[in-house]
Design a protein around this ligand. Structure first.
Ligand code: HEM
Length: 219
């Protein structure tokens, strides 16, 4: 195994894993020290939702970063980022069902059908499920690279729905949802730009910009 591979596997990946768990650790510390504020249920739920969205945006930024820096190493962290986003989204849903609604399924169902932001959040999570399920390398092989990549494009509508969910639940001060929306818009714009044939891209460098993810599906 090369030095680079050893560094990725035994240093960078464990560090990235710890970084992914850091928000949960912060929440646990706040819980123990009683720093969850006047409305702990709301703090917990919103904190988990915020981190699910932030990490989802990080996962979407990985391919552009790899292309811009010319380093395929970034791509080695994409699957972990995607799974952490899903993990926080599931915890966010769990906090809503458990500590907010106390498993009152009738109230939850009424929320889903009557409150648009809950309907939209649910739709976003439903879109993320097939992506999480098909994230293992064995599933990439089973589906085949083309079908896998097609399926994983669902991450874009899912992210759009999450931002809509955020905007719809906000009653005042739209700055934060707007910032997240702007970041997502930039990532989507880059994605559309990157689909153009190399000769049409700025500089027309004939595709010299490294494209680490097209040839092999690196999870
Ligand atoms: C599974 C369905 C979902 C439900 C039932 C749900 C429920 C909620 C609730 C109850 C709130 C807080 C509303 C309030 O305090 O007034 C919220 C906010 C939020 N949710 Fe969700 N959500 C869902 C899916 C998602 C997903 C998939 C994500 C991200 C990947 C997400 C990200 C957020 C964000 C960023 C906020 C705003 C947090 C803030 O105000 O700082 N939600 N959601």
């Amino acid at each position: 195994m090369s030095n680079r591979e050893t560094r990725i596997r035994f240093v960078l990946k464990p560090l990235a894993f710890l970084a992914g768990l850091a928000p949960l650790a912060v929440l646990a510390v706040w819980g123990v020290t009683g720093d969850l504020g006047a409305n702990p249920v709301e703090t917990i739920n919103r904190f988990l939702g915020d981190w699910a969205l932030r990490i989802l945006l990080v996962s979407l930024a990985i391919t552009p970063l790899a292309r811009i820096t010319g380093s395929a190493t970034w791509v080695r962290f994409r699957r972990m980022a995607g799974l952490f986003a899903f993990f926080y989204a599931v915890l966010h849903l769990t906090s809503y069902v458990w500590i907010d609604q106390h498993f009152d399924w009738t109230a939850i169902w009424n929320d889903i059908v009557k409150r648009t932001y809950i309907t939209v959040g649910m739709a976003a999570l439903l879109l993320l499920i097939p992506l999480a399920v098909t994230s293992p390398k064995a599933m990439v092989k089973r589906l085949g690279g083309r079908r896998w990549r097609k399926l994983h494009r669902l991450v874009y509508p899912a992210a759009i729905l999450v931002v809509v969910h955020y905007v719809l639940m906000t009653r005042a001060d739209f700055l934060e949802p707007a910032i997240h929306g702007a970041i997502l818009a930039a990532l989507l714009a880059w994605r559309l730009y990157d689909r153009r044939p190399p000769a049409l891209r700025a500089g027309g460098n004939g595709g010299k910009t490294p494209r680490p993810t097209r040839r092999r599906v690196v999870a």
